[in-house]
Design a protein around this ligand. Structure first.
Ligand code: AMP
Length: 410
């Protein structure tokens, strides 16, 4: 199939990003359905071109003569909001359509001015969007389409209350079209989609919860205490041009980055506790290949598209199995090949089994051949590492103060 067969307007066809020769499978399936105005539940694997699959119908539906907000895309993280905005803006600029990003960590005043100047498509994270809705700076009266990208994350506990509140700002007689896009979807969340969708068309380019077949997955059993050494050894052995390393804890991301820096690597850490400006600079440096190793928390697990990233390394397994699919999906995008290595210790068997069950594969653990460190059992290897009393007290204090929400990325 070609783009010209997708019922796209000649102006939109002329504005498509250069280098796109034919639509991806999800684009072939979702674009014609979205253009009919139906609600859609779309499932497609990581890196399969979902952004343009919802983005092109949105762009086509914008009435350029109206300066009102006509489409809204909600995403779970600031980084993804900026990326999605970037993809849409590339096309929108040529059609005289204004796309505005609304997310936290950056000046609200600038965003207010952009809205006042006329934003036709908004890409937002839930928190800042709600602030602007409550202050009546954003108005949904003319919004014709709502997209939830990484929908399962937005339907999940950490965000669902925000999404319900956002939807409550639509006029009661709103005739909007709602599109949900995701690579993973738990059955219990599928029930929740019924609260947002009206007689939806289900569009499935790939099975939900499946890992892209061009990702080579390698899982190694490594003692917890040897993971830092194993990571350094892997990076030295393979000399990949770039590596994205995932770790669940923010403080550990910084610690690992320091260790690697000391060992001579060109490395940075990115997590939700860093200043937004620094987060943006770090990610754009990684995109520009100025950083070789990026150690990140799950704030980068979903949607982020780094061109031809050769390898993703999991320093630990995520507590939630779908996150594994998203993490490894940062490589092998747009039909390319990629490698995903996971360093798994004895204490992570539950997480591993959850991933095996979700993806319905055996995912065998291997030993890291030639790794020159003797695998002595490390303390805390068979269970979670014991935390010192001070760290426990800090966590308890933070939880009491309401500042501890491990479910919610910022
Ligand atoms: P996405 O899933 O939207 O993040 O897209 C993943 C990658 O696929 C991005 O690098 C896109 O630029 C690329 N892409 C999107 N659509 C196509 C297409 N039709 N042909 C080739 N690459 C595409």
């Amino acid at each position: 199939m070609t783009f010209t067969q997708l019922n796209l307007s000649p102006a939109l066809l002329a504005a498509l990003p250069t280098g796109l020769t034919k639509p991806t499978e999800i684009q072939c399936l979702a674009i014609p359905e979205a253009l009919t105005g139906s609600d859609i539940l779309a499932l497609a694997q990581t890196g399969s071109g979902k952004t343009l699959a919802f983005g092109l119908p949105l762009l086509q539906s914008v009435e350029t003569k109206s300066a009102e907000i006509q489409s809204l895309v909600v995403v779970p993280t600031r980084e993804l909001a900026m990326q999605v905005s970037g993809v849409l803006t590339e096309v929108a600029n040529q059609l005289d359509i204004k796309v505005v990003t609304l997310c936290g960590g950056v000046s609200q005043t600038i965003q207010e001015k952009l809205i006042a100047d006329g934003a036709q498509i908004i890409v937002a994270t839930p928190g800042r969007l709600l602030d602007l809705l409550k202050q009546q700076i954003v108005d949904f009266s003319h919004v014709k389409s709502l997209v939830l990208d990484e929908a399962d994350r937005l339907l999940d506990m950490g965000f669902w209350a925000d999404i319900e509140r956002i939807v409550s700002f639509f006029p009661i007689d709103s005739q909007r079209q709602t599109l949900l896009f995701s690579a993973t979807l738990a059955p219990k969340l599928e029930l929740l989609t019924q609260k947002l969708l009206d007689k939806p068309k289900r569009v499935e380019a790939h099975m939900a919860n499946s890992v892209v077949s061009t990702i080579e997955e390698q899982l190694y059993l490594v003692n917890k205490g040897n993971k830092a050494k194993a990571l350094q050894w892997l990076l030295k052995e393979h000399q990949w041009s770039q590596a994205l390393v995932f770790i669940s804890a923010r403080d550990s991301a910084d610690t690992f980055a320091k260790k690697l820096k000391k060992a001579g690597f060109n490395v940075a850490a990115l997590h939700g506790e860093k200043e937004q400006k620094e987060r943006q600079r770090t990610l754009s440096d990684f995109h520009a290949n100025k950083i070789n190793v990026l150690i990140a928390t799950d704030v980068l697990a979903r949607g982020i598209d780094v061109d031809a990233l050769p390898v993703v390394i999991n320093l630990d397994l995520p507590a939630s199995a779908p996150v594994y699919i998203h993490r490894v999906g940062r490589t092998a995008r747009a039909g390319k090949n990629g490698l995903a290595i996971s360093l798994v210790c004895h204490g992570e068997m539950k997480e591993l089994n959850d991933i095996r069950t979700l993806t319905n594969r055996s995912l065998d653990l291997k030993t890291l051949e030639n790794f020159p460190v003797t695998d002595k059992p490390a303390s805390g290897d068979s269970k979670r590492a014991p935390r010192d009393k001070q760290a426990n007290r800090r966590t308890a204090k933070k939880r009491k103060a309401g500042g501890f929400n491990k479910n919610k990325e910022k």
